[in-house]
Design a protein around this ligand. Structure first.
Ligand code: HEM
Length: 494
């Protein structure tokens, strides 16, 4: 669907839009001049309209489709302008590695998102600008989730995967709720030592209220409009039509709650000597005598909440993509179950120690991440210096979008890309192909810090479910299969 201005700008917004367009056209003109100062051209791309650039050509719900089509037309590195901002879109892993990995010092910034503060979301690691606060966040994540220490959490993940099995057995019709409970209970246990046993848990409900508020009002185009027209953020909440302001006010309150309430709970448990080990309790112990205590505590609070926001839906979607593949490809499922039975016998459930012995399960997992990539455009990086790459100029300040959807559907790398084929990750002898580099978690210094954690969560859930259940289509009252229609559901753009 093409973006229609009417669809996202109500009359009130439109009036203000017109009033400030003239000013912005001037700003746009200046930005263009700056970008074209080099001898080399910008990467090719669509011809922009004044100020709005190529906004009207972007598919509103699936922008990655537009970027992928542009990538085919203009090349694996292309550029476009949206609302006065220049974006370089990279559609191949080769170029993403050459730019964002190899020149990671230049591509570690994020765009300024004007609406984050307004909605109380300015704590989120994924959107912090490159600087000291972001570095402090990454230090916390590195200490907690780096590959050498991650096995510390395997017992929690395994226990929660067993709870998932029990819940599916009890009420298979509530499968989605059980999957959601699995991922939220893993994160809350690891972050705070907090045991979530029901999807109605008040701490979980509060974070979800925040995400609902942000997603319901803050569509990507509204965020872009508010970013381009900062005056709109100053409209008072009582002004007719200013619903977004009222929602933002509620979001700011809920945001404070979700950062403070679980942390306070962990502190109370620590005071009684009953706190289970967790990221928050480990760090609170370390910073107890520290002069910077308030700052350190704020960092910890922000990291724990960011981990929930970045790590629950993404992990759940990866698991659900696996489930979808098993429904659509029953032969793959049968082979996987035969492998598990051959390795484990029927005497016990899988554990994460079995992972290296089950290459076909690993190949299914890799293929699930490729087949339906859950963060199709990752999170945009921003260049903090000029670079000339293969004859193209990438100016300081340009947004760099790694189009992981295009990379995962590249037929020259993954022949027949729409088909779910775990074999593409196996050698002819059935071993795992050694040259695998996961693109699902992004690139460079902003690569996902939760990748080892979520990998272990999804793997143990996959292995446990395959060892106990046959995954198939639901049946209607007459016992006939209900057809499965894969559907895309947009979420929070990180
Ligand atoms: C399958 C599950 C997951 C996927 C596919 C995923 C994917 C991603 C991607 C693509 C990025 C952006 C990387 C880039 O900028 O190039 C990212 C960032 C991030 N992820 Fe994940 N992620 C997952 C799970 C998690 C988990 C469990 C956590 C919890 C610790 C987490 C925390 C974060 C954070 C904090 C960032 C922002 C990093 C930064 O900007 O420095 N993610 N993730």
């Amino acid at each position: 669907m093409l973006l229609s201005v009417k669809s996202f700008v109500d009359d009130f917004w439109a009036a203000l839009l017109v009033a400030v367009t003239a000013v912005l056209l001037t700003v746009y003109g200046l930005q263009r001049t700056k970008a074209n100062n080099s001898q080399c051209p910008l990467p090719p791309g669509p011809r922009p309209l004044p100020f709005i650039g190529s906004l009207l050509e972007l598919d509103r719900l699936k922008p990655y489709k537009t970027y992928t089509a542009w990538g085919k037309k203009y090349g694996e590195i292309m550029s476009c302008r949206i609302l006065g901002k220049l974006y370089v879109v990279v559609s191949s892993e080769r170029i993403a590695r050459a730019l964002v990995d190899k020149k990671s010092n230049i591509y570690a910034d994020r765009p300024f998102i004007a609406t984050n503060k307004m909605f109380g979301m300015d704590f989120n690691t994924a959107h912090l600008r490159y600087g000291d606060r972001w570095r402090a966040h990454r230090r916390v994540f590195h200490q907690t989730f780096r590959s050498e220490v991650i096995s510390k959490y395997h017992p929690i993940q395994t226990t929660k995967a067993h709870a998932l099995l029990y819940n599916i057995l009890e009420s298979p019709q509530d499968f989605f709720a059980h999957s959601h409970l699995f991922v939220t209970s893993v994160i809350m246990a690891i972050m705070y030592g907090y045991n979530v046993t029901t999807s109605k848990d008040p701490a979980v409900k509060r974070v979800e209220r925040l995400l609902d508020l942000v997603i319901s009002v803050l569509t990507p185009e509204r965020a872009a409009i508010l970013g381009a027209f900062p005056l709109l953020k100053r409209i008072p909440p009582w002004f007719p039509g200013a619903k977004i302001q009222r929602t933002a006010a509620e979001a700011r309150v809920v945001s404070k709650d979700v950062q403070n309430i679980p942390l306070r709970w962990t502190k109370e448990q620590m005071a009684t000597g009953k706190a289970p080990p967790s990221m928050v309790s480990d760090f609170l112990e370390q910073i107890s005598g520290d002069r910077d205590r308030d700052y350190q505590e704020a960092i910890l609070r922000e990291c724990a909440t960011s981990a929930y926001i970045a790590g629950t839906d993404s992990t759940e979607s990866t698991f659900l993509n696996f489930v979808m593949a098993m429904i659509l490809y029953p032969d793959v499922q049968m082979r996987a179950q035969a492998d598990i039975d051959a390795w484990l016998g029927s005497t016990r459930l899988p554990t994460l120690e079995d992972r290296d012995h089950l290459p076909y399960i690993e190949a299914i997992f890799r293929e699930a991440k490729r087949w339906s990539v859950v963060v199709p455009l990752a999170v945009p990086h921003v260049a903090t210096g000029d670079q000339v790459f293969e004859g193209y100029f990438i100016p300081k300040g340009a947004g760099v979008i790694t189009n992981m959807y295009a990379m995962s559907k590249d037929a020259s790398v993954y022949p027949d890309p729409e088909t779910f084929k775990p074999e593409r990750f196996l050698t002819p002898s059935g071993a795992l192909s050694p040259d695998f580099a996961d693109i699902a978690f992004g690139f460079g210094r902003r690569v996902c810090p939760g990748r080892y954690l979520s990998d272990a969560s999804v793997w143990i859930a996959i292995a446990c479910v395959l060892s106990c259940f046959r995954i198939g289509k639901a049946v209607d009252a007459q016992g006939r299969d209900i057809e499965v229609v894969p559907r895309y559901k947009p979420g929070l753009a990180m």
